[in-house]
Design a binder for this molecule. Structure first.
Ligand SMILES: NC(=O)C1=CN([C@@H]2O[C@H](COP(=O)(O)OP(=O)(O)OC[C@H]3O[C@@H](n4cnc5c(N)ncnc54)[C@H](O)[C@@H]3O)[C@@H](O)[C@H]2O)C=CC1
Ligand SMILES: CC(=O)C(C)=O
Length: 259
């Protein structure tokens, strides 16, 4: 068991919720950050009911806003008296055929997916230094940040960027005993993916199930993944068994992408 402290952004549902629950099970105190405070509060309550009062603490924060990220990280690390891990998980996934991409699509998607990782990294490094030790930074990329997907130009561009940021910051922060890695899920059964499947289905005059099946094609293991499959990898990256790994993206996609 660990007595370490981890922060997970976008922890109100889906993969972030599963990671927060898994890290609590691993023995971490967990800080949950989300735009919708009622959602992160509900996840924190369920963690506290299962793992003991004061295991989880929820804070409202929009990752696209630097001040809000710094405030959230300070509140959580003050409450638990330390910070060892941040999981920059929050993200959005617009489906945008190339000829329909607008300036607005580019701006809001990059602000959340990419700026959010940068602010989370800066805020966590500031806390690691305050507590006089290194730490672990874990970023959410995607199979769409490893290979091109039609109609995911905007989203994919952010996820390719996150793999780049993972590599550059890993090299820059190694001397401070900070590792930086990423997980790249394939198709995970979460509200985000259900929304995408709905849109793809509607555009083709079909239903959500058909939409999901289009994304499920080509998965070697023949099934979609659960948020807990991604949480297992985040658990490994947050724990001591990954201490000698940095700058890497672990692909959790059931064999969609082989690189
Ligand atoms: N579901 C999937 O198939 C895949 C997901 N991913 C990535 O995994 C991460 C989590 O995805 P899901 O759980 O599926 O998504 P989701 O949409 O189900 O949950 C994302 C959470 O992030 C929060 N969020 C969004 N913008 C935010 C902001 N500005 N500030 C704070 N919180 C914000 C949302 O409110 C939501 O609670 C994302 O970065 C996504 O791109 C990557 C590959 C596949
Ligand atoms: C949402 C996502 O990351 C996909 C479809 O790869």
């Amino acid at each position: 068991m660990s007595d370490k402290v981890a922060i997970v952004t976008g922890a109100g549902q889906g993969i972030g919720e599963a990671i927060a629950k898994r890290l609590a099970k691993d023995g971490f105190k967990v800080g949950l950050v989300g735009r919708h405070v009622e959602k992160v509060d509900a996840v924190a309550e369920s963690i506290n009911a299962e793992f003991g009062a004061d295991t989880a603490f929820a804070v409202k924060g929009d990752v696209s806003k630097r001040d809000e990220v710094f405030t959230a990280v300070e509140k959580i690390s003050d409450k638990f008296g330390d910070l060892n891990v941040i999981v920059n998980n929050a993200g959005v996934a617009p489906t945008t055929p190339i000829m329909e991409v607008t300036e607005d699509d580019m701006e809001w998607t990059w602000k959340i997916n990419v700026d959010g990782v940068i602010w989370g990294t800066q805020a966590a490094v500031t806390a690691f230094k305050k507590f006089n030790h290194g730490g672990k930074i874990i970023n959410a990329t995607s199979q769409a940040g490893v290979q091109g997907n039609p109609s995911l130009t905007v989203y994919g561009s952010t996820k390719f960027a996150i793999r780049g940021i993972t590599q550059t910051t890993a090299k820059e922060l190694a001397a401070s005993n900070i590792t930086v890695n990423a997980y790249a899920p394939g198709i995970v059964k979460t509200p985000m993916m259900m929304d995408i499947a709905h849109e793809v289905g509607q555009n083709a005059g079909k239903d959500d199930e058909w939409g999901m099946a289009q994304f499920a094609k080509g998965i070697a293991l023949g099934k979609l993944s659960e948020p807990e499959d991604v949480a297992s990898v985040a658990s490994f990256l947050a724990g001591p068994d990954s201490n000698y790994i940095t700058g890497q993206t672990i692909i959790v996609d059931g064999g969609m992408v082989f690189n």
